[in-house]
Write a protein that binds this ligand. Sequence first.
Ligand code: DMJ
Length: 684
Amino acid sequence: MLPGTGGGVGTRRRDAGFWQGSMRGRRGTVLAIATLVLLGGGWSLFLYSNLVDAEESSDLHLHVEEGRRSTGEGGLRQRLALLEEGIRGLASAHLEEAADLEARAETGSAGEGLTLRQKVFVEGEEVAEGSAQSPPPPVVQTAQEVVAQAVEASRQAQGTGGEPGRPDLALEVQKAADAMRRRRGAEAAEKRRQRMEERLAERARAAVPLRPRRDPPNGTVLTPAELTARRKEVEDAMLHAWQGYVTFAWGHDELCPISQTGKDDFGGLGATIVDSLDTLRMMGFTEEYERALGWVRSGLNLTVDFNASVFETTIRVVGGFLAAYELTGDEVLLKRSLQVAERLLPAYDTPTGIPYGTINLKTLAPRNPKWASKASSLAEFGTHQLEWYKLSALSGDRRFADLAEHSIRYLNEQFPGQGLMPLFLSPSTGKFTSRRISLGALGDSYYEYLLKMWLLKGKTDDMYRTMWEQAMDEMLEKLVLNSTEGHMYIAELDRKTVRHKMDHLVCFVPGMLALGVHSGAVGGEKGERYMAVAAGVTETCWHMYDRQASGLSPEIVTFRAGGAMRDGGAYNLLRPEAVEAFWYMWRVTRDWKYRDWGWAVFQTMQRHGRKEAGFSGVKDVREAEPTPDDTQQSFVLAETFKYLWLLFSEDTSFDFETTVLNTEAHPLKVVRQPLSAADTDTQR
Ligand code: DMJ
């Protein structure tokens, strides 16, 4: 998921550590050789010996001594001058790369600065690579050979009696140093491969075997009183999560329920407060809602020096404000959503109009991360449209809708008839920089928003529906597979290579398919096929929970040759996608089993996630009693508990005809009257 091709992006991101190390090595090597040669050995060998092993170091020393004896002082100076020139050329050639690497290091080699989705993507890369078992690149030359080559080049350059050396000396030195670099690269690649193998072996050793596949519960019809009792338990969970946040993390983005403090991964915009507004209101927690609203009035600071994700800020903060505004009519919510979106606008100032992924909320400087080769990710630029369109509809300011819709129109025009889109696109050139296709991290909600924009615009803009149908047809044709154990899953593609892995995030797909069929985006025989896939994948999502020792799903599963479902990323963040699928499937099929499944998953979340001060994700779902990860994600309050609450509520709690949920489960009302030029200053 990083730069270049899909593999390129991932590879470069993972390589950051290697490159940083290698770069240090290379720059160090250049400096050390320069020092060594200029001083003629001595203490400079000490420096160099930090970079190569003892044998290589002493070998080099011998070469230098030999060179000194054979050339005499005049020749040595001549040789040194030429060598220095070559070394300078080499050093300057590496300077740009060094700057690039330093900038890349800024994004963090251990996932710092990455959003959750990006982390899932990076982790998925490792899982996929681990299973690929590709052979290491060949070692090109030993260090000894490289050093000998460099010394030989310098000797030839010196010639005899102080004659000028060969003019291509710099090239020789460059070649020698390149060979050294390749050798180091090959060694580092081999080390990485070994580490990966060790990790996989360790994982296999540590893994509690999956529970045998068993049939999921078949559906118990509940009385109204039983339904109410379940709904109340969900409300109690929501209140517990909220109170923990209020007590220990008020004003911060998220609660750390074990250390009983707060953290600010979204720039300190009070993500939990904003994400919770509509859930609190829907569940009838009026007092709590009012408290949250008070903070929105006076506690929110929008000018923090923080590189905010335009996507996350849009779906959680802008979406959260807008949904709460439509539920309550509290004007400050609309005002705040405009203020936040206004600060995100400069992200759209690109040659193509495809926005950058992040923007500094204080300086308003937009940028894309180096690890993604400065490309924007599909899900990130393709998941602003609902919120920004709604904002324009409510405010009369068309800029938001026009900018956000442009991204989708751009794809439609540049890649006509293409359904599935690669994960990375350069906002400068407008070209895809990757061939990776995924319905998981960094791809997912682009597809969701195609369907939901068609719905939000009152089914009037068929471009969105057509693009969605095209994408789903291609997904069914190319990505939907069945494991030999009978699990239907949605694989990924990298060019023509199928990657048999599925993120938990992909569990949103069944809900999207069911919504598409239910709303008439497709019908007939095609609608039946979509529903069959929705049912099959929903069941796999159930098994992703049921087959683990803890009863919680891992973040990623793989389906290896032979067919068994295996865990990939072993952690669980109490994500919503599976219960989201259960709710949509319940509403569309009226099959009670989905309520059973949701209840079972909720109880497992209560068992492992509920802590004294709130809810926590877990580090390893393969353990019967997993360790908490000390984070209460804001989407647990925005989405997980909301979907569970809806699952045990009457249909009147949510009307598909009039309302659409954004990807963070914030409800937005369908816009009946399309925007027009005349809307510019009309309050809608
Ligand atoms: C949420 O922020 C949204 O659902 C997003 O689309 C995906 N990731 C999380 C929940 O898992």
